[in-house]
Design a protein around this ligand. Sequence first.
Ligand code: G4P
Length: 296
Amino acid sequence: MTIQWFPGHMTRARRQIQDKLKLIDIVIELLDARVPLSSRNPMIDEVLQGKPRLIVLNKSDLADASATEQWKAYFQHEGHVCLAVDSSTGSHIDEIPQKAKEILQVMIAKQQAKGMNPRAVRGLIVGIPNVGKSTLINRLAGRNIAATGDKPGVTKGQQWIKVGSEMELLDTPGILWPKFEDQQVGYRLAMTGAIKEQVLHIDDIAFYTIRELLDRYWAVLKERYGLDMDKPDDPENNEVIVSVMEEIGRKRGCLVSGGHVDLEKASGIILRDLRAGKLGRITLEMPYDDMPVREQ
Ligand code: G4P
């Protein structure tokens, strides 16, 4: 589902999160491990008003493992605690309560010093649409709680979900908007499926995908589609990119009358493969421009 983020929606989403901040001890900021910056809200520091935060890189099953390690180091360098998880299988999500307690150790120690029994840590999951908030909440709860495809501006009664004995989560996540005014961010989110094809045309998204993959992930493309081409010298050249898309289309039998390639069909295949992880584990952006992604 695509949410139109008009200024009114942003203000409402922000107000809803800030109302919830009063109820919780810690925010779990969920990012997509394949595009940690593009899936990040541009005003996150302002919205969270200094609330303690755990950064969780979700969908790490689809991301390049060595790139994820570099992202973890980057966020740690920025002063955050950061964890990589896969909410679809639940891998590493059991570390979330422990990490939250580590971040809140001063608060917990103060409670103990006052003779209070430390209560369960209270958390709120926040993130842009499709980053996996509902999937993570359902996994942590061990049952279906959060409806997927949630909307900003829709309120319902809030409940606490128990995550073991040491953590409670608000059942409704905080929905944030992406930095969509940046064209590169928009395309990267579309490539990963966070922005749907009604907003950007499928051919354009696939074109951008091939452009991004051509240099760093050429071997992956060649192997997946059995391409009979050498790695192009100029991966930024539009004609080269289209010729690779056409070759993929030919290899996949996407032909129309006259032997022409049906680029829309080929584009659909490329995007489905990328999003399902069939091209392998791919990270589309790195913390620093000079940090190369591992060659595959
Ligand atoms: P949201 O609440 O933040 O909007 O996201 P949601 O949980 O609905 O997840 C969006 C899609 O991402 C879902 O796919 C979900 O299964 C998938 N997903 C969530 N976490 C992970 C993960 O760690 N790894 C992988 N591989 N996938 C994950 P979907 O139901 O197929 O939705 P869609 O593709 O039709 O949008």
